[in-house]
Write a protein that binds this ligand. Structure first.
Ligand code: UDP
Length: 476
């Protein structure tokens, strides 16, 4: 029998993000969302991040219980930014040897009711099972990509075509024959490598864990949400867009600073002031996530395309010195360049912003949808080409720039004419208005999903109820 104490005790969930920005940012939002529903939320991270994570949750944590627990291990003293390429590979592939012991200690000490771990921590399934803690995956992907990837790896349909430019459809993927070309598929699924094994393990761990939390909302992709639940995974809860739980303006402004240095974001205030001086929907925002490293040649081409489009813009670049000489002076008044890191949520939410050129990282896509901003899709790698098709072909709230090759970090080379055309298409004219109104509608649905009676909040309640029952079963 369950003691009254055990029944009423607050549910305790561990959130363990991978330390790269695109993973740690949504996991912090997710912890805030859970905490707002009365769940005791603990973010498990390394020594290098504890203070920074704590700062980013301070405001929310004063209202709801969120704690930050550090895994004590030597490898945990460096940040993603500081890590060399080899160290990143080590953190990525060999994370079990680094983090298993300290995580085990924390699990034994705190006995949480559930471990929500990043998809890359595949080894946590076994560890959590050995300690009788149910483990759930949070991978930061949408249902469409989860379904597409599973089917691709099951059927290898790209092997049925002979060149990288040939199109194929993914078997069993709901929708009207959405086409991909072989060139848009990850190298990991084209030739066997350590990556192939690693990403297969990630898919297996999604399947073998207790379930999957998805940063999406039902109304956005019902076909794929249903398909994933019925044909792919055992259990999935859609609880997004989690960025709607990022907090107030102050927290949004510093969101993601947990993953970058202060110096990288010196001009963020200037940017919002500049936007205040612009007309509604007159500015396009360009940002390619945390990892992209365009070549100088690509930056020049992009710069020329933007200049030619005549549209106002805010462009986030890794390094100013990679821009063509004299560019910033020439576009003064038309555009603004931010070096390093931008307050993306505040920019997307600004009335002057009417479009977003994105690399289609899922966080960026779902943030744009929540803000009602249509997109120019420019995928580079990871599962970004899948996200692009959801945006351009299924939801029809974006225009493809025409990237045809999956290339890590630098992406396919895109010509200035293509940039100029896509930017204009998303910013001006009838089709632009249509896409804007469609995206706004989706943005409204996103907000409703996280209000009382909404689909995402409903799924979150189901999650909480289910794990309260699981706790009783595990601790009779
Ligand atoms: N982001 C930001 N400012 C930047 C660049 C990125 O706030 O200048 C945030 C963005 O809002 C998103 C995350 O970083 O939440 C990037 O995640 P995404 O999945 O879009 O791309 P990734 O970085 O994983 O490729």
């Amino acid at each position: 029998m369950d003691s009254p104490n055990n029944q009423n005790q607050q549910l305790h969930v561990f959130f363990m993000p991978f330390i790269a920005p695109g993973h740690i940012i949504p996991m912090i939002d997710l912890a805030k969302l859970f905490a707002s529903r009365g769940v005791k939320s603990s973010i498990i991270t390394t020594a290098a991040y504890t203070d920074k994570v704590y700062q980013s949750i301070q405001k929310s944590a004063s209202e709801s219980p969120i704690q930050v627990l550090a895994m004590t291990t030597a490898a945990g003293t460096i940040t993603w930014e500081q890590a060399s390429e080899e160290a990143k590979v080590d953190l990525f592939f060999n994370s079990a040897s680094t983090f298993a012991e300290p995580l085990k200690e924390l699990l034994e000490q705190h006995r949480p009711d559930c471990l929500v771990a990043d998809t890359f921590f595949t080894w946590t399934t076994e560890l959590a099972a050995s300690l009788r803690v149910p483990k759930v995956v949070f991978g930061g992907k949408c249902f469409f990509s989860l379904c597409a990837e599973q089917s691709l790896v099951e059927h290898y349909p790209h092997n049925t075509v002979s060149s990288d430019d040939d199109a194929f459809v993914i078997p069993n993927l709901p929708g009207d024959g959405i086409e991909f070309t072989r060139g848009q598929i990850s190298e990991a699924w084209k030739s066997e490598s350590v990556f192939t094994h690693f990403f297969k393990k990630c898919l297996d761990s999604e399947r073998d864990s207790y379930g999957v939390l998805v940063n999406s909302f039902y109304e956005l992709e019902p076909l794929y949400a249903d398909h994933y639940r019925s044909a792919v995974a055992k259990r999935a809860w859609h609880v997004g867009p989690v960025s709607l739980f990022a907090g107030g303006a102050e927290e949004k402004e510093s969101r993601g600073m947990v993953t970058v240095t202060e110096a990288a974001a010196v001009d963020r205030h200037e940017c919002l002031k500049w936007l205040d001086s612009k007309k509604p929907n007159s500015v396009i925002y360009l940002c390619f996530g945390s990892d992209a490293e365009f070549t100088a040649a690509q930056n020049s081409e992009l710069a020329a395309g933007l200049e030619g489009s005549g549209q106002g813009f805010v462009w986030v670049v890794k390094r100013r010195e990679d821009l063509p000489d004299g560019f910033e002076e020439r576009v003064e008044g038309q555009g603004l360049v931010i070096e390093g890191w931008a307050p993306q949520l505040l920019i997307l939410g600004h009335a002057a912003v009417g479009g977003f050129v994105t690399h289609c990282g899922w966080n960026s896509v779902v943030e744009a949808i929540a803000a009602g901003v249509p997109m120019v899709t420019w995928p580079l790698a990871a599962e970004q080409f899948f996200n692009e098709k959801l945006v351009s072909k299924v939801l029809r709230v974006g225009v493809e720039v025409g990237a045809r090759r999956w290339v890590r970090l630098v992406g396919d080379f895109v010509r200035k004419e293509a940039v100029e055309k896509a930017v204009r298409e998303v910013m001006v004219g009838e089709r632009a208005e249509e896409m804007r109104s469609m995206t706004r509608k989706l943005g409204g649905m996103a907000r409703s999903a996280l209000e009382e009676g909404g689909s995402s909040l409903g799924d979150l309640s189901c999650f909480i109820e289910e794990f309260t029952l699981v706790r009783r079963r595990l601790n009779p």
